[in-house]
Write a protein that binds this ligand. Structure first.
Ligand code: MCA
Ligand code: AMP
Length: 486
């Protein structure tokens, strides 16, 4: 049994798999009360990354519920949207977030539970039987629609996603993962927490990203696996450059001993890959995936990793490239990536038409364009200019525009992403003001921060005249982008 193995390290404490099992049964007990099964009721939770997060997630599953992880960085309107869209019957918050979540729960008619209360409940022995086709999780992700959509996965789908990663990257019980990603997105949840726990490895969780802390842990030489987004590697490189020579040496020596360092969620600049190799000896393994599909393509664990490429299909994943009418394109010709396999999501929660539109003949349409070159795929970009990738977050330009239009000084706006060394892309907005209105970037940002997640807040703004309402898309947006690139 794995009872005594260390499952989670967080807040300076180690918790075994036995502890995790007990704590999650306590959460299940608090959720179930006198019921014997939650029957896929949605339970949204806002819990700082750490042991309690893992216990709550498992507790929801033990009780037969659907886990809806909320983002600790989101302001109340975004949390409210996810709670209502998911139709959450119950909310769970730790002490840091109870004051935010309790009023939202009251307004939405959802029961509110504190982590402390849940962990005081007697552990439940009798738990519902969970068939693999049961819904397990809803993760909110943006796309070409104005508001984020809930991506639903079942236990079988999550199992397939994790199995593919275990096989491709040789996850093993002796692994020690350092996890510094947010836990409301698939990268942190599935590639990180669930993969490590599936092989009874140790998952060390930091409450938030901090370059010096990450370096100190990498420098210890205890970490065997690390996975992050390009912006995090960029930040780590900047911290290394700013450190004293003896500190740098210690950090680099420790990082050199890591078994596997991965990067994904956004394009890894070739210079970042090269610089990282220079200071740690590690060639980052770049892979490509989506919330809707898990991991799709990956550079090899063993064998040559190609800079600027995302490799070959993950185990059990079928990939094809097609033109606009769905015809296969030959090697060397760009096409949209379509994916099929047991790890593709079930549905967008409550959106049958969007779900249907996302598939073509049973293949999921990713909206990403790639080319197959000498046996490996290279990503070329997204088919929609309205999808922005910033700091590894997928952001809908349409969603931001819809919120900005609510500002009393704004007549019309167009939001785009412009290339940025640190963030991959930066959110920027062209704004047409109402007659006689005035608005500074500072004012706009302050106003937007109360309504949008920090990474959706425009970083630059230009006022322009007469933007055609909603006539953005392909014609106007390249001009807007050029305005900021200049
Ligand atoms: C924050 N800032 C930004 C942005 N975000 N500026 C420009 N663009 C942004 N996107 C500013 C803040 O306003 C602040 O500025 C300063 O940067 C520091 O903000 P802070 O919130 O502290 O940033 P951070 O917490 O350090 O965040 C950086 C981060 C984070 C660690 C890179 O963005 C992150 O964890 N990203 C990972 C997202 C992720 O996991 N994506 C996976 C989804 P000021 O100081 O002036 O106020 S994709 C996925 O799951 C699929 C399956 C896949 O393929 O992986
Ligand atoms: P999300 O919906 O947040 O899961 O983001 C998925 C999107 O992230 C994909 O559709 C890609 O556009 C992007 N993405 C993921 N991995 C990579 C990568 N290695 N290089 C470029 N883009 C990536």
């Amino acid at each position: 049994m794995n009872e005594d193995r260390v499952a989670i390290i967080s807040g300076g404490r180690s918790h075994t798999y036995g502890d995790l099992d007990r704590a999650s049964r306590q959460v299940a007990s608090a959720l179930l009360q006198s019921a014997d099964d939650l029957h896929e009721a949605r339970v949204a939770f806002l819990v700082t990354p750490g042991f309690a997060y893992a216990a709550v997630q498992r507790g929801i599953w033990h009780a037969g519920g659907v886990a809806v992880p909320l983002a600790v960085s989101h302001p109340p309107p975004e949390l409210d949207y996810a709670i209502r869209d998911a139709g959450a019957a119950c909310l769970i918050a730790d002490d840091a977030f109870a004051a935010t979540l309790v009023p939202l729960g009251a307004a939405a008619g959802a029961r509110c539970l504190r982590v402390g209360e849940a962990l005081d409940a007697p552990p439940r022995r009798e738990l519902p039987h969970l068939g693999p086709t049961r819904r397990a999780m809803i993760v909110y992700t943006s796309g070409t629609t104005a508001r984020p959509k809930g991506v639903v996965t079942t236990h079988a789908i999550l199992g397939a996603e994790v199995s593919a990663m275990i096989e491709a990257w040789d996850w093993r019980p002796s692994d020690h993962l350092l996890l510094t990603l947010p836990l409301h997105h698939a990268h942190g949840i599935v590639n990180g927490l669930l993969s490590a726990c599936a092989v009874s490895a140790t998952c060390e969780i930091l409450p938030a990203f901090d370059a010096a802390t990450v370096w100190a842990r990498l420098g210890s030489g205890e970490i065997t696996v690390f996975t992050a987004v390009p912006t995090i590697y960029h930040r780590l490189l900047a911290a290394w450059d700013a450190a004293e020579p003896d500190v740098r040496r210690a950090w680099s020596d420790g990082a050199r001993r890591t078994r596997l360092m991965m990067c994904g969620s956004a394009a890894l600049p070739v210079q970042t890959l090269a610089r990282w190799r220079e200071i740690t000896g590690q060639t980052l393994l770049e892979r490509y995936g989506m919330t809707e599909t898990g991991m799709i393509l990956s550079n090899p664990l063993r064998g040559k990793r190609r800079a600027g490429s995302v490799g070959t299909p993950m185990p059990d994943v079928e990939v094809r490239l097609v033109d606009e009418s769905g015809r296969l394109v030959p090697e060397g010709t760009p096409g949209e990536i379509e994916v099929r396999g047991p790890l593709v999501f079930l549905e967008y929660w409550g959106r049958p038409a969007d779900t249907q539109a996302a598939f073509r003949d049973g293949w999921f349409r990713t909206g990403d364009t790639a080319v197959l070159e000498h046996g490996m795929y290279r990503l070329l970009g997204r088919t929609s200019i309205d999808i922005i990738k910033t700091g590894g977050y997928k952001v809908s330009a349409l969603e931001i525009e819809e919120v900005l239009r609510l500002h009393p000084a704004i007549e019309e706006c167009a939001v785009v992403g412009v290339a940025d060394e640190e963030w991959g892309e930066r959110v920027v907005a062209a704004i047409e003001l109402r007659p006689r209105a005035a608005l500074s970037l500072d004012e706009l940002q302050q106003w937007a921060r109360d309504r949008l997640a920090p990474y959706k807040v425009p970083r630059a703004m230009r006022t322009v005249s007469a933007l055609p309402r909603n006539a953005v898309g392909k014609v106007l947006k390249p001009d807007v982008a050029a305005l900021f690139a200049a």
